[in-house]
Design a protein around this ligand. Structure first.
Ligand SMILES: Cc1ncc(C[n+]2csc(CCOP(=O)(O)OP(=O)(O)O)c2C)c(N)n1
Ligand SMILES: [Mg+2]
Length: 685
């Protein structure tokens, strides 16, 4: 076969595998893979530095399919490049990431070709996509990460990190707000390692984009400060290659390539229609489409002779050579900069360096106490010095969240200072969370912060963090009514419940300064789970740990903080965060009246649920049914711990605007009210 012929065959293999898989599954999205096969072919086989033998090589180019519904593009190319599978311990498994059999079982249980790209499920997937806009926003985090890694680790003559990030997106991604937030920041930061390719096909599910999307997208990206290019024919691989070359040669700006394409390319009746978006083409249409490609009409899941070899000679050979050179370079680097090389090793395995927890503070008893956010600020500043690759920031609330790293040399991440550890996300909570995901996918430990009430603005990306099992850290201050006068718009109510409902996310609401420290100690050791740390704005008394149980109990999610002498309680008070101290005050009142009470501090339901039944029963003995839970949040869900007969003191409204003390009175967060509830549980008044 001539070179030109085999290129066309390779492209048509991606197309026909996609059509066949969707048809077989009786669901999926054939049209966009058919249109974008030449793009994906060009990117992978002619441009990207990616070794299919080692899909987690740290300096590989990243490919993000933000229009995740076109997943068959990715499954086809991962299959045809014979990308190898790797497990969660970063071991190579000696099997393909995506086999032809997986493609035959597209969208079926256990197939490595699921409906949408799933990080952690399929090797070679750089980030989970499907919720439109997330992929491109996450790619900005990957761009920031590359810049930061290069700044810290590259040395004269040693370009250890010089990879690029390519993200493909469609109309849907660009309609989503999160993409705009992220593109604005990427333009500001001048991320010239980042290239988005926009599949400009004028089609979404409901029809032509003239229904909803008539803005000048090119002008928008120019205004963001991007380098905007256009390729008028998605089948012209020379033009695509040229545009990618221009990207490589354009410093100081991210690149945006508008690619005019035809959804369902080659399909005689469905090309350029929304029908090609999300339905199987049908057997007859597939035959006709294959005919238009000059493909054997009856063949299914066909990989013609020479196609695997063609990808092996392209991306395979280029990737192997790049990895080989890099490995030699890194060996010399290790000899010259052993400490930096060790950092890179540890980071890649998501391990912590020795001494990561040195100088963590311990706080003495103090009735005035400290605000959770203040303790957090102190701890973060210690940890960020112990762990070089811990970085992050806030969505313009750094001074309130106390997340600014203030020690000498911490610096701010900007275009001209890419080694800075303070990220300024601007008022872009959603993009912030997606960017934090991108940083974590690049193996950095990253945090993002805002007021707890605005966790809603970040939630879709936090959800992907949990789904991807990334060790991200979300710091939420102003956790309840502590922001009193700001009123109901700023008082979280259902937010704790919302986070607790998210599988895999570890939510922690510590009750005093030492619980904050222990929360961080727990969070830092997570390798495959995100954490949400929910902190108070106002000071909380620091409990006397000589009198009460040690704060290390945080690591078990809930623990007996204060008990009745003899440890045989008749009533249990359960609380988190600012209500822990309230429970302790009520407890003292009850003890004074001869009532055998126990206080359980419960900073984390999620962690507690993972303890043994025996431990859980030791904290909440099943025979003690008189229980009161107190938390400045929605009561919903606390029945799990107090039972149907227990009492829950919580919120049923959106709160009110007033000084905190008045709000505590109005909503019943006072010691005598808690004590009265406990007595009512015991049938006493
Ligand atoms: C946040 C989000 N909203 C809605 C959807 C459902 N959805 C999937 S694809 C799609 C249309 C996307 O249009 P476009 O990006 O132009 O893709 P094309 O049909 O051109 O491939 C929609 C609405 C989604 N996946 N994510
Ligand atoms: Mg479209």
């Amino acid at each position: 076969m001539t070179d030109e012929k085999i290129v066309q065959v390779a492209i048509n293999t991606i197309r026909t595998l996609s059509m066949d898989a969707v048809q077989q599954a009786k669901s999926g999205h054939p049209g966009t893979p058919m249109a974008l096969a030449p793009l994906v072919y060009t990117l992978w086989n002619r441009v990207m530095h990616f070794d299919p033998q080692d899909p987690i090589w740290p300096n590989r180019d990243r490919f993000v399919l933000s229009n995740g519904h076109a997943s068959m593009l990715l499954w086809s190319v991962l299959h045809l490049t014979r990308t190898q599978a790797v497990n969660a311990d970063y071991e190579r498994l000696g099997q393909p990431a995506v086999s032809l059999d997986d493609i035959r079982h597209f969208r079926q249980l256990a197939s490595k070709a699921p409906g949408h790209p799933e990080y952690h499920w399929v090797s070679g997937v750089e980030t989970t996509t499907g919720p439109l806009g997330q992929g491109v926003a996450t790619s900005v985090g990957m761009g920031i990460a590359q810049k930061w890694l290069a700044s810290r680790y590259n040395q004269p003559g040693f370009e250890i990190f010089n990879y690029n990030i390519y993200a493909v997106c469609g109309d849907g991604c660009l309609m989503e707000g999160v993409a705009s937030e992220a593109a604005s920041l990427a333009g500001h930061l001048g991320l010239d390692n980042l290239c988005w390719v926009y599949d400009n096909n004028h089609i979404t599910i409901e029809g032509h984009t003239r229904l909803t999307f008539t803005e000048d997208v090119a002008a928008r990206f120019l205004a963001y400060g991007w380098n905007v290019l256009r390729v008028g024919d998605a089948n012209d691989i020379e033009r695509i290659a040229h545009a990618l070359e221009v990207f490589h040669k354009t410093p100081g700006r991210p690149t945006f390539i508008i690619l005019d394409s035809h959804i369902g390319y080659g399909s005689p009746t469905k090309q350029d229609t929304s029908e090609a978006h999300g339905e199987p083409l049908g057997d007859e249409e597939i035959r006709l489409t294959k005919r238009s490609y000059g493909w054997p009409e009856e063949a299914q899941f066909l990989v013609p002779d020479g196609v695997y070899e063609h990808f092996a000679a392209g991306v395979g050979a280029r990737g192997a050579q790049a990895l080989q050179q890099w490995t030699a370079l890194f060996a010399a680097y290790r000899a010259r900069y052993p400490e930096l090389a060790t950092e890179i090793d540890l980071m890649q395995r998501r391990e912590l360096p020795a001494g990561w927890d040195r100088n963590l503070p311990v706080f003495p008893a103090d009735p005035r106490g400290m605000a959770g956010r203040d303790t957090s600020g102190q701890v973060l500043n210690v940890l960020a010095q112990n762990l070089p690759w811990l970085l992050g920031g806030s969505a313009d609330l750094g001074p309130s969240n106390r997340t600014t790293l203030t020690y000498e040399g911490a610096g701010a991440f900007q275009a001209d200072s890419p080694g800075g550890k303070n990220l300024h996300f601007g008022i872009r909570e959603h993009a912030m969370a997606a960017i934090v995901n991108g940083l974590a996918l690049s193996k950095l430990r990253a945090f993002g912060a805002t007021f707890f009430i605005f966790s809603d603005y970040a939630r879709p990306a936090i959800r992907l963090s949990a789904l991807m099992e990334l060790p991200t850290i979300f710091i939420f201050t102003h956790d309840a009514m502590g922001d009193g006068e700001d009123g109901p718009t700023h008082q979280p109510v259902e937010h704790l419940l919302a986070l607790r409902a998210m599988p895999g996310l570890v939510t922690l609401r510590p009750g005093d300064a030492n619980e904050v420290v222990e929360s961080y100690r727990y969070i830092m050791q997570l390798r495959h789970a995100p954490a949400a740390l929910v902190l108070s704005r106002q000071p909380l008394p620091t409990l006397d740990r000589r009198k009460y149980a040690p704060a290390s109990g945080v690591a078990r999610g809930a623990y007996v903080l204060a008990d009745t002498p003899g440890g045989n309680p008749e009533v249990i008070l359960i609380a988190s965060g600012s209500e822990v101290c309230l429970a302790v005050q009520a407890h003292d009142m009850l003890l004074a009246e001869g009532i055998r009470s126990r206080v359980v501090s419960m900073p984390s339901w999620d962690i507690f649920e993972h303890q043994t039944q025996a431990y859980r029963d030791s904290v909440l003995p099943p025979q003690v049914q008189a229980r009161v839970a107190v938390e400045q949040a929605s009561t919903y869900g606390w029945e799990r711990y107090v039972g149907t007969s227990g009492q829950i003191i919580g919120m049923h409204t959106f709160g009110a605007s007033a000084p905190l003390k008045e709000l505590q009175r109005k909503f019943g967060f006072e010691p005598d009210r808690v004590a009265a509830a406990a007595k009512a549980q015991l049938g006493r008044t």
